[in-house]
Ligand binder design. Structure first.
Ligand code: GAL
Length: 446
């Protein structure tokens, strides 16, 4: 009924031997919460006290993170984005929080967040102003680094608005050095490559030495088209950006918007699965005080978080894409090991994991009709499954799919704009339970 496409295994990928920023942080992709996508620049605390950018918002988020399992799941940074500061620096040239919205000041807020066993992130801009027009750090890098260290902040997101692009690199490198010089461990999140791409290909060697994670593409919005555009950009630049991800430094495709308004549950699963495959920072921007139980369970899914946080620290690649005409375009990834599918408009992404394991995401990009099947079969020489491997499906639901051999295949059903997420673990041994046997009772779609 369907034809099966084989991909050849190409193992032994070459790695760029780049040094990460030497601050001992972000050995796995950072996890936490960041206000921007959900709360933006809402400063109207008179009319909207619950949702305005104020100390109360971060304190409430920290409370919920402890009470409702977020901290336990690994989410630890509570991050302030733009619009926290006063419009003027103080008389000594230091940034200061807006006194009405942050009456206790940032140091007190940091103390509160720390008392919950969490960490506090803050936002600044390498240029004259922040993107929303608040004071920028240009000319004040050292002062601002010291201020943040004194406040005992744990993460700095440095934006790149209002800056001559030829000075971006110098600004980011300078801020990285002065942050290190404060002696406080401050995770450094950059948007440097995003602002350089319009002019030339950024130098990721230096970016990796300077930043713990870096944005290369535009802001995420609360929509499936936005998530898709981020995936497309990442896949079409993967040969340039993926090799630079690893312990200490990560590509940042922007915030998780799971739990908001714009994504169906299948699309939320796709974002979670693909962000884990991309070894992306897991910074949620949602309202944890009011989130539906399914979204919460997805964000706290420990199997998916394990993929995200895998100690090998390799980012995955899109390894195949089938167009509407049924043509298959293979990623040139040296990591590609497998797979195969039955129909057009599927994408396959693969991430190598520790212990010779592999994570595979199969995304159904057809946004019409119902669930569609795809077949998985080992490529000849697919080492992970030779002689056999154990396959576990994590999404759309957890299921142990049993033993797979180079001869076996199966069909898995994926909803429109949903993703099937699998892990594959090599097994040695000689009398496996057949994949075919176990698959027949599982997959009733065909
Ligand atoms: C954008 C940035 C967003 C957010 C916003 C704040 O440039 O990409 O993530 O920080 O500025 O004004």
């Amino acid at each position: 009924m369907y034809s099966v496409v084989f991909l050849l295994a190409v193992l032994g990928a070459s790695r760029r031997a780049a040094d990460a920023l030497d601050n001992g942080l972000a050995l796995t992709p950072p996890m936490g919460w960041l206000h921007w996508e959900r709360f933006m620049c809402n400063t109207d605390c008179d009319r909207d006290p619950n949702n305005c950018i104020s100390e109360r918002l971060y304190m409430q988020m920290a409370d919920v993170m402890v009470k409702e399992g977020w901290k336990e799941a690994g989410y630890e940074y509570v991050c302030i984005d733009d619009c926290w500061s006063a419009h003027q620096r103080d008389d000594q040239g230091r940034l200061q929080a807006d006194p009405k919205r942050f009456p206790g000041g940032i140091k007190k807020l940091a103390d509160y967040v720390h008392s919950k066993g969490l960490k506090l992130g803050i936002y600044a801009d390498v240029g004259r102003n922040t993107c929303a027009g608040y004071p920028g750090s240009q000319g004040y890098y050292e002062t601002d680094a010291q201020t943040f260290a004194k406040w005992e902040v744990d993460l700095l997101k440095l934006d790149g608005c209002f800056m001559d692009w030829t000075l971006l690199g110098d600004g980011y490198m300078y801020m990285s050095r002065v942050l290190n010089r404060t002696g406080r461990s401050i995770l450094f999140s950059c948007e440097w490559p995003l602002y350089e791409w319009p002019y030339h290909q950024p130098n990721y060697t230096v970016i990796r030495e300077t930043c713990n994670h870096w944005r290369s593409f535009t802001d995420v919005y609360d929509s499936w088209s936005s998530v898709k555009s981020i995936l497309d950009w990442t896949a079409s630049h993967q040969d340039i950006i993926v090799p630079w991800a690893g312990p200490g430094g990560w590509n940042d495709p922007d915030m998780l918007i799971i739990g908001n308004f714009g994504l169906s549950h299948d699309q939320q699963e796709s974002q979670m699965a693909l962000w884990a495959i991309m070894a992306a920072p897991l910074l949620m921007s949602n309202d944890l005080r009011d989130i539906c139980p399914r979204s919460r369970a997805l964000l706290q899914n420990r199997h998916i978080i394990d993929i995200s946080q895998d100690p090998l620290g390799r980012q995955g690649y899109r390894t195949a894409k089938v167009s509407a005409r049924g043509d298959t375009e293979h990623g040139r990834s040296p990591e590609r090991q497998l797979v195969t599918f039955l129909a057009d408009k599927f994408e396959v992404w693969e991430r190598p994991l520790s212990g010779g394991r592999l994570a595979i995401a199969v995304l159904n990009k057809q946004e019409i009709g119902g669930p569609r099947g795809f077949a998985v079969r080992s490529a000849p020489g697919w080492k992970t499954c030779s002689p056999q491997c154990n396959v576990t499906q994590l999404l759309p639901r957890y299921e142990e799919l049993g033993i797979h051999t180079p001869q076996s295949d199966t069909v898995i059903s994926v909803n429109p704009s949903g993703t099937a997420l699998l892990t594959v673990t090599p097994v040695s041994g000689d009398s496996p339970r057949g994949w075919q046997d176990s698959s027949s009772k599982r997959h009733d779609i065909l």
